[in-house]
Design a protein around this ligand. Structure first.
Ligand SMILES: Cc1cc2nc3c(=O)[nH]c(=O)nc-3n(C[C@H](O)[C@H](O)[C@H](O)COP(=O)(O)OP(=O)(O)OC[C@H]3O[C@@H](n4cnc5c(N)ncnc54)[C@H](O)[C@@H]3O)c2cc1C
Length: 406
């Protein structure tokens, strides 16, 4: 590729705005590519602590654990990951439910549970020995100007960069997306997700529990040291009530809903809450701009797939940038970026549609619908091949691992 025409600034091959899990993943995937990458993160990395753990936790499905392994991140993470060997889903309104075991699809686990801050640290550790990746934190972008052959980026520190491609990995309220004047299709669930670390009476044995209550889904996710992380999605008003309760009263309410799972909850850590929104950017690429992760799409956390989609965006974009470079193409050009978009859209749209369908299915309180739902779950539990296919899709193990980038 011809380097863009010089202007009074410093040339870099790629600028990434946002150093969350997804932005860092892109940098990690490209760290041996020889590209000079500048990543800009505006906030200091701060955990939200609950019983000594970051209250923000992500379930990483097995397909993405494989990706983390291929990129060399897993070695820094494995000691901190809680293993999820099985999952039980049941309807708060109906008896019975459905159980998924890793062994049903030939895997020893369905995925892992990690604190977001641990994944961030593991990705940073992976980047430590990479002189080509500059992580600027805290740093802010003051202005960004798109030209035909480059993007000009002025930083708050006074540095001025120009690059063929800028990537927005700056989350659901992406500043970069706004600068590019791209709007979003948005769905406000009018719910908040309450997260906290809790201690159950008995060992969780690697089982994740998801219960669909009439107020929203409640997940108990197995963490290291026999702790669990909860994600309790509730309508705004109910969530605010729950947040205002004392620890003891909150634990009482929680125990009413967990239905005696793991012998009940005996200790709860600090709570944090996040408004729940579904969102899809109207464009995820523009000339010299690509959006990844929540900047491109965010989904209801009821199946814990948001960052999983983002990690796959990062890997596929990295792969397309490396391919473009190999064939002397301009990786900020729409031909290259369209390839990234086309590869990612089916996965993103299918996941978003499934989340919406699940949300609607479990929201309805009509008695006939509740019966039908119970019947559907039982049928799925007995439908060997269909169940396996569903499990393979949702754990991402049937998706190709984008090739390792060396
Ligand atoms: C309650 C809850 C539970 C969840 N559980 C799961 C789960 O189990 N599994 C799962 O896969 N997903 C889960 N998710 C979704 C997951 O958290 C998100 O998909 C994920 O955080 C997206 O990562 P990201 O890096 O794209 O964005 P973010 O995590 O939002 O990171 C964006 C980064 O960009 C930085 N930034 C923002 N603006 C700027 C700027 N102008 N300049 C520089 N930097 C900037 C921010 O400081 C931040 O570090 C959950 C979400 C919620 C709310």
């Amino acid at each position: 590729m011809n380097t863009p025409k010089a202007f009074n600034g410093e040339y870099v091959d790629l600028v990434i705005v946002g150093g969350g899990m997804v932005g860092l993943m892109l940098a990690a995937a490209l760290r041996h590519s020889g590209l000079h990458i500048v990543m800009i993160e505006r906030a200091e990395y701060q955990p939200v602590l609950s019983m000594g753990l970051d209250a923000r936790v992500s379930a990483i499905v097995q397909g993405n654990v494989n990706i983390l392994k291929s990129v060399g991140v897993w070695q820094y993470l494995q000691d901190k990951a809680g293993l999820m060997t099985s999952m039980r889903i049941w309807d708060g309104q109906e008896q019975g439910g459905i159980r998924f075991e890793g062994a049903e699809i030939g895997e020893d686990k369905l995925g892992v549970l990690v604190e977001n801050i641990s994944l961030i640290h593991a990705l940073q550790d992976t980047l430590k020995e990479s002189p080509d990746v500059e992580l600027l934190c805290p740093e802010a972008v003051e202005s960004v100007v798109w030209k035909r052959d480059r993007v000009e980026v002025a930083l708050a520190s006074g540095r001025v960069l120009y690059t063929p491609l800028i990537v927005g990995a700056d989350g659901g309220r992406s500043w970069l997306r706004e600068q590019a004047d791209i709007d979003v299709f948005s769905r406000d669930y009018q719910q908040k997700g309450i997260v906290a670390t809790v201690k159950p009476r008995f060992a969780h044995q690697g089982t994740a529990m998801q219960r669909f209550l009439n107020t929203g889904p409640l997940a108990l996710l197995p963490m290291a040291d026999d702790l669990c992380s909860i994600v309790w999605s509730a309508a705004d008003e109910r969530a605010d009530e729950l947040l205002a309760l004392s620890d003891d009263d909150f634990m009482y309410e929680l125990n009413l809903e967990v239905g005696g799972v793991f012998g009940g909850i005996v200790e709860v850590g600090e709570r944090a809450a996040f408004p729940l929104k579904g969102q899809l950017s109207r464009h995820i690429v523009r000339p010299r701009l690509a959006l990844i992760g929540d900047a491109a799409h965010s989904i209801h956390p009821l199946a814990g797939l948001g960052v999983n989609l983002g990690l796959r965006d990062a890997m596929v974009l990295a792969q397309e940038i490396v391919e473009a470079r190999k064939f002397d193409e301009d990786w900020g050009d729409m031909d290259v970026l369209t390839r990234y978009m086309k590869l990612r859209m089916p996965d993103v749209l299918m996941t978003m549609a499934s989340m919406e369908a699940l949300h609607r299915t479990f929201k309805s309180q009509l008695p006939a619908w509740i019966k039908l739902r119970g019947f559907g779950m039982k049928a799925l539990g007995n439908a060997g091949i269909v169940k396996q296919l569903l499990m393979k899709n949702s754990t991402g193990i049937n998706l190709p691992v984008p090739h390792t980038i060396e």
